[in-house]
Design a protein around this ligand. Structure first.
Ligand code: PLP
Length: 347
């Protein structure tokens, strides 16, 4: 069975982690600083703070930019519940917003209807496709670019801060981990101060949001091969695209943006004309030992979790019925990709 996702740990990942272990320094230290430096260099600007997870990164940005109890934070409904958790931990009020049908990113029109008075917006670059940040910037709203699925793409430079995750299924991983990047030095300083509690002269409440050097060493090693990862993901995407003409003629579509120059394809999402067609392809792949997944099931939609009126989220509802995600990851072998293409192109 070909898995929907498989992590790629190379010999050199193993080497750097055992090297780090043998130094005797395993907690947050030089490797974490080095990882932060790499992000600053990627952006040629700003500063970063590595933290324990992507969810922690969102929480810290909202908290340190002054989002208070009860204030509204808009999130795309077609997204993962980590967003709700970060907002809820802060005691703020998460408002799910419907997404755009073509690229699945948060819809400015739905935002204006459901929560025009949001204090902050978490704009997810969904599966690698760019959210339209400029259409969301209004009335001093705080914009967090959620780049958990788009590291290696062109995004991250247009909001108040961008956040990353290094969880096992992401583009690069250390098992767990997260990072905030911002051109706002004060914000990063505040987050860095809050992240650790030891050896302080004065007590104020802080927490432990640290990444370990073991994680950071592995993540940095993978960051170094980002070009290779990007290239491999694009190759697989291109092979799939040239194998699905059958489907495209029958009204299937691809998520908009993922075939654009410069973007990093995180998931290969096919959109069926209806649920029945989607489920037929899913079971055809399964019968041929290929795992595909519904990226966000209906019950996972954030407005459903919160019991909000379904009629305000027609696009998210439809996408959870029609989307299918195929295996797309650098650990896929050539013969596996060829085999998947063969199954896709056979009628
Ligand atoms: C994975 C993910 C997160 C959460 O990151 P964790 O490191 O798992 O906490 C948040 N937003 C998006 C879009 C993600 O894909």
């Amino acid at each position: 069975m070909i898995a929907h996702n498989r992590v790629l740990i190379t010999e050199s990942d193993i080497e750097v982690s055992s090297k780090t272990l043998s130094t005797g320094w395993v907690a947050q230290g030089n490797c974490v600083s080095f990882l932060e430096q790499s992000f600053n260099e990627m952006f040629n600007d700003g500063d970063s703070c590595a933290v324990s997870s992507g969810t922690a990164a969102i929480y810290l940005v909202l908290k340190m930019l002054g989002v208070n109890h009860g204030e509204k934070v808009s999130v795309p409904s077609f997204s993962c519940s980590a967003l709700l958790n970060a907002v809820n931990l802060l005691g703020a009020n998460p408002i799910p917003i419907d997404v755009k049908e073509d690229d699945f990113t948060i819809c400015a029109g739905s935002l204006n209807k459901l929560a025009p008075d949001s204090k902050a917006i978490i704009a997810v670059h969904c599966f690698g496709a760019s959210a339209d940040i400029s259409s969301l910037k209004k009335n001093n709203r705080i914009i967090i670019e959620d780049c958990c699925q788009s590291l290696g793409g062109p995004q991250g430079n247009d909001g108040d801060a961008s956040i990353y995750s290094f969880y096992a299924t992401k583009i690069i991983t250390g098992g767990q981990g997260g990072l905030v990047w911002s051109s706002n030095q004060k914000l990063i300083d505040k987050i860095r101060d809050y992240r650790e509690f030891d050896c302080r002269e004065k007590y104020i409440p802080r927490f432990n949001f640290q990444m370990t050097d073991i994680q950071a060493a592995i993540i940095s090693n993978q960051f170094d091969r980002l070009n290779k990862i990007r290239k491999r993901r694009r190759e697989i995407r291109d092979q799939y695209i040239s194998s699905i003409n059958n489907y495209l003629y029958q009204g299937w579509k691809l998520q908009k943006g993922l075939d654009e120059e410069g973007l990093l394809p995180y998931r290969f999402i096919m959109i069926a004309p209806d649920k029945k067609e989607r489920d037929i392809l899913k079971s055809k792949l399964f019968k041929n030992d290929i795992t595909s997944i519904v990226p966000i099931e209906k019950y996972e939609l954030l407005h459903r979790y919160l019991g909000l009126p379904i009629e305000n989220y027609p696009v998210s509802e439809k996408l959870s019925d029609t989307c299918l995600s195929l295996p797309l990851y650098p650990a896929l072998k050539n013969d596996e990709v060829n085999y998947i293409c063969k199954v896709l192109s056979s009628v």
